[in-house]
Design a protein around this ligand. Sequence first.
Ligand SMILES: Cc1cc2nc3c(=O)[nH]c(=O)nc-3n(C[C@H](O)[C@H](O)[C@H](O)COP(=O)(O)OP(=O)(O)OC[C@H]3O[C@@H](n4cnc5c(N)ncnc54)[C@H](O)[C@@H]3O)c2cc1C
Length: 386
Amino acid sequence: MSHPNGLPENKFTDLLMQVIEFRDQQITPHVVEWEKTRTFPANAIAAASELGLLGMEISPELGGLGMTFAQKLKVLDVLSEVSMPYAFSLVNSHNVAARLARHGTEDQKDRFLEDLLNGKKLGSSALTEPGAGSDFSSITTQATPEKDNWRLNGEKAWITNAASSTVIVAYVQTEPGARARGIASFLIDGTKAGFERLAPYDLIGSHAIGTGGFRLNNYLASNADLLAPAGEGFSAALATINEARTYVASMCCAMVEASLRTAIDYASERESFGRPTIEHQGLSWQLARVANQLEAARALTTNAITVIQGGDNEAAILPAAHAKKFATEFVEPALIACTQAMGANGLKEEFLLGHRLTAARVANYVDGSTEIMTDRIAKSLRSTYT
Ligand SMILES: Cc1cc2nc3c(=O)[nH]c(=O)nc-3n(C[C@H](O)[C@H](O)[C@H](O)COP(=O)(O)OP(=O)(O)OC[C@H]3O[C@@H](n4cnc5c(N)ncnc54)[C@H](O)[C@@H]3O)c2cc1C
């Protein structure tokens, strides 16, 4: 999907400045309030369409901005500095539009693409179920053929944007027991009969992700709603997983970088024992460690971006796993070190460090848990290092 040239450098720089302005005016002032009121900010996500952010990687011919993958990640970084949940929600809706733009039929694009790009509708990708997470092949939501239609029954859980999304790429099993071989995907319309939205979860620090679930009760899908037929759904779901793992790693880096800047500013002003606290070696070494690990996480993430932009998905599996594993393992201790360097003041909500910490926790699960990244690397040991 990535566009080899993307936006010209000067246009991209201008857009990034506009994104910073948008963030500072429409997101930053509300992050704490969204959490306090447990609000899923669907309107603020729709507002990002004014800058085209719901179609970042989509071709201009289809109404998108035609960015490279690297450019998209820079935008997500800017948003993640103040709210990774917001950025995560936005990119998940973007991904559904991108999937339709790339693989959807003309009819599917006509029905949903424009509304996804202008934020009138939000998108979700639904793999996880109450009984199946890491082991995606074990999903049991069932699709049963019926003349030219399919009956869909089952429950999805832990779905980003499920609080209000209405365009949902849902993965289903067509042949019980067949695991990956039987998995297909359908485009679900969340306004139709048979779709039952469940109450979103109360996740501390992550209400802006709008995570929840839904039930399909005899939902009638037609062949025109089929996105990937049986046997192709599994690989279709994995086709963009390296990209997702890499942007999660990048978001972690962005959260740490923003926190490091805040901690350094604070420790340069705050004095103890007659000098700025940053001049105490015990404190500056803590932050130096954060900076050192941030550079390493950035380098791994940049490597994954380069391989992904090269277009070889198979070759991107390990770089993406290394980037996500390292980033999700360093992000929490790094954020805690930044908080600690600010003394008790670091705990105040206005600095957003606590918000970033809860988002960092989420990063350890989404798009493949840290253990699944480790397992991926472990399975490659003998072929990589012999
Ligand atoms: C905020 C949020 C948003 C999400 N958004 C989406 C979404 O939009 N769409 C979607 O489909 N899903 C989404 N998910 C679900 C996410 O993909 C799953 O949480 C993830 O796949 C892990 O599944 P699980 O939570 O069921 O854990 P399980 O698979 O039950 O695993 C439990 C624990 O065991 C570990 N484990 C499992 N298998 C192994 C193994 N082989 N080796 C070692 N350890 C293992 C796991 O790492 C984990 O620590 C979201 C989750 C969160 C928290």
